[in-house]
Design a protein around this ligand. Structure first.
Ligand SMILES: *Cc1c(COP(=O)(O)O)cnc(C)c1O
Length: 383
């Protein structure tokens, strides 16, 4: 124990004691925080369109409920999340015993991996799918089967090809992750595609249907997974309060599933995984019907504004059912990303998703979108 860690070889460092599965994980890259760029540039007007947050902010009812909850934060939160589960059960017309609450839906994705995966099993995901599926799977030592996505020139460029995913399911597959719509591509699968897939899937496989962008996808033929739960007991539908509900900072997500699956997830869940302000804010937000519709309306405007503005700059943009768009700048996107940073605009390069010439841009307000377009026009012209 006497060795100076700074001078010993890497193989001596304590990190080597972690499991091989965990050491194989490449860390998740987060959107650059506003405060970090402001410190670096010495400016105060940074615009962040990098993490698919809702620029309208939370419902006033949610803010009031969270503030009121602060008086009680010396107590542990309700570990059963009774009030929020009651509200969710009513909202979705499901039983409270079908709901699993998470510290963000990211937490629920990890619970699914912990509950269903071992090094002897595998999970099937799509190329270009949300990064957390692979991270959660890798931590368990399970194998990842990555199905090729639809081609760039197909009707749903880079989208999940459910037939290709089904072809990778074998006797050791325990989980399939489907993002509908997907992040960062904005692509989606129709109800017909999804039910055809579910019909043919063996009953030894759990399907995690991630609907983080559900509220934004009502104007396309993207199904409501909650309506499929009765027919498919192996289906788990995930939702979050981070996106349309604008509560990303307090971390609340949930799964709705067969009660058997909820029972298993609740065994691996930390007893107090959702904070008291989170529980209060989420329940209040669910009661404000205008929250989701305002978010969806703003995104619809952003879709039009960037859908016209980006191609005018020679940037290909793909149709998106989320509150963001995948934009192909036709050259290494990292470079454009850095130029945008110098102009105080943060977007998300998605080279890590196998899309090195693309940026993911969250829809902001009309004014914010205009600023993004101006900064992008200038960045594309830089020598
Ligand atoms: C943002 C996002 C989530 C969830 O985030 P949480 O804040 O952990 O609820 C889940 N899935 C996808 C596809 C997302 O983009």
């Amino acid at each position: 124990m006497s060795a100076d860690p700074a001078r010993s070889g890497c193989e001596q460092l304590p990190g080597r004691l972690a499991t091989a599965a965990v050491r194989s994980i490449a860390p998740y890259v987060i959107g650059k925080p506003i405060s970090e760029l402001e410190r670096e540039l010495g400016i105060s007007e940074v615009l962040k369109l990098a993490s698919n947050e809702n620029p309208l902010g939370p419902s006033p009812a949610a803010l009031a409920a969270m503030r009121a909850s602060l008086d009680d934060v010396w107590l542990y939160p309700d570990g059963n999340g009774h009030d929020l589960k009651t509200a969710l059960a009513r909202h979705h017309d499901v039983g409270m015993d079908q709901i699993t609450l998470g510290n963000g839906s990211n937490d629920v994705l990890v619970l699914l991996a912990e509950a269903f995966l071992t090094p002897q099993t595998n999970a099937v995901i799509s190329q270009h799918a949300f990064a957390i599926y692979a991270l959660a799977t890798q931590a368990t030592g399970a194998r990842i089967h990555v199905a090729p996505a639809h081609a760039a020139d197909s009707p749903m460029p880079y989208g999940h090809d459910l037939d290709a995913m089904l072809a990778l399911v074998d006797a050791d597959t325990r989980l399939v992750f489907i993002a509908n719509p997907n992040n960062p591509t904005g692509t989606w699968n129709s109800e017909g595609q999804l039910t055809r897939f579910l019909e043919r899937l063996p009953d030894t496989v759990i399907v995690a249907l991630d609907e983080a962008y559900f509220e934004y996808a009502r104007s396309v033929d993207c199904p409501d997974g909650m309506e499929l739960l009765r027919r498919y007991p192996n289906l788990v539908v995930l939702r979050t309060f981070s996106k349309a509900h604008a509560l990303a900072g307090v971390r609340v997500g949930y799964a709705v599933s067969h009660p058997d699956v909820a029972d298993v997830l609740n065994r691996v869940r930390q007893p107090f995984n959702v904070s008291m302000p989170g529980l209060a804010g989420a329940a209040a937000s669910l009661g404000d019907a205008r929250q989701a519709s305002r978010a969806a309306a703003l995104a619809a405007e952003g879709r039009v504004q960037l859908g016209e503005g980006l191609p005018a700059l020679g940037v290909r943009c793909f149709s998106s059912a989320g509150n963001f768009v995948l934009a192909d700048v036709g050259r290494p996107a990292q470079q454009i990303h850095e130029r945008l940073l110098r102009r105080g605009v943060i977007v998300r390069p998605v080279g890590g998703y196998g899309l090195p010439s693309c940026l993911r841009i969250t829809f902001g307000t009309a004014e914010q979108n205009e600023r993004l377009l101006g900064a992008l026009a200038a960045s594309l012209k830089d020598p």
